[in-house]
Design a protein around this ligand. Structure first.
Ligand code: RIB
Ligand code: CA
Length: 311
């Protein structure tokens, strides 16, 4: 990491794990979160947009604008994931109406505006939900690709298999056409798919270590992870919840915790049993990097360090 905080835009669908990801990003002095854009995904847009603002408020980061984006995917019927995030989309946290309203400007317009006039070196952009907003922005203004230093995506599955169908992961399945537009744009992209995130699970001993840390942030993160585990274990008994979206911030802050392979990712968009599946073609010159190995102990040590840092 350089001394200058990294300019970051986060597009998300909070979502319990999106919320934990946002907390990590806000706690790091090395990241400069310049905007949050929200999309329909785990829960409808009104809830993802409220939940993002709730986290900003709880973390005293109401200076960060939250812009609502697309309320539905391209073409396909909207699917949501309340089973794993609660009806509110943020089980584990008492819902309140944030004081700070949504920032003016549709997320797609804001992505175009910011990525068309990036800081020196460009933006790092994290996508932790369906890719509808960035896909729309790329269609409307392809030149914004020049403003992206690195795209970090939570989505997809290869050897791990799917989590919403046997072959598809939720973020891709929820809007396969958008994912295809983003991957086909050939942007320098790091993909944290289930192959990686299933290696980083919120085992109870790890959550208990977080809860034992002083301060409200540690308590909130432990509450969120305990709630996520209750829901995960209810629907998928046996394994604790993977740290899907938080792994994206883990990559940005500590890439040494991960191993990747160069490839080109494509998406199955035709109806059928493979609808929404990501296909990974190894390619030494490919624009994408598929994360193959993740150091879970190192990741949780990072999370604890972030929570211990002076607020
Ligand atoms: O498949 C996991 C992904 O889907 C995560 O981003 C989670 O928040 C849900 O959006
Ligand atoms: Ca998400």
């Amino acid at each position: 990491m350089t001394d200058t905080p990294l300019p970051l835009i986060i597009d998300c669908d909070p979502g319990i794990d999106d919320a934990v990801m946002l907390m990590m990003a806000f706690l790091s002095p090395h990241l400069d979160v310049q905007a949050i854009t929200t999309v329909a995904g785990n829960v409808p847009l009104a809830f993802t947009s409220r939940n993002a603002r709730m986290i900003c408020e709880r973390m005293n980061r109401t200076n960060i604008p939250v812009h609502a984006g697309c309320p539905r995917p391209m073409v396909r019927k909207m699917v949501t994931a309340e089973d794993f995030h609660g009806e509110s989309g943020i089980a584990g946290m008492d819902v309140f109406e944030p004081e700070v309203p949504l920032a003016p400007g549709h997320a797609v317009d804001v992505l175009i505006e910011k990525l068309s006039a990036p800081p020196e070196g460009g933006y790092t952009v994290i996508l932790s939900g369906p890719m509808t907003n960035l896909a729309a922005a790329l269609i409307m203004a392809p030149q914004i690709a020049q403003g992206i230093r690195e795209l970090v995506v939570m989505g997809g599955a290869d050897t791990a298999g799917g989590n919403i169908t046997p072959s598809a992961e939720f973020n891709i399945y929820a809007d396969p056409l958008a994912a295809a537009i983003v991957f086909d744009a050939g942007l320098p992209t790091v993909v944290l798919a289930l192959d990686a995130t299933h290696q980083v699970r919120a085992e109870q001993v790890r959550v208990d270590r977080i809860r034992a840390l002083p301060g409200r942030h540690a308590e909130l993160m432990a509450d969120l992870l305990d709630a996520a585990n209750r829901l995960e274990l209810r629907w998928r008994p046996g394994m604790q919840v993977p740290m899907h979206d938080p792994s994206t911030v883990g990559w940005v802050l500590a890439p040494h915790l991960f191993e990747t392979k160069r490839c080109r990712v494509s998406v199955v968009t035709r109806p059928g049993k493979d609808f929404g599946r990501t296909k990974v073609k190894d390619s030494a010159r490919g624009p994408h990097r598929w994360v193959t190995v993740a150091d879970a102990d190192g990741f949780f040590a990072l999370v604890e360090d972030l929570l211990k840092a002076p607020a």
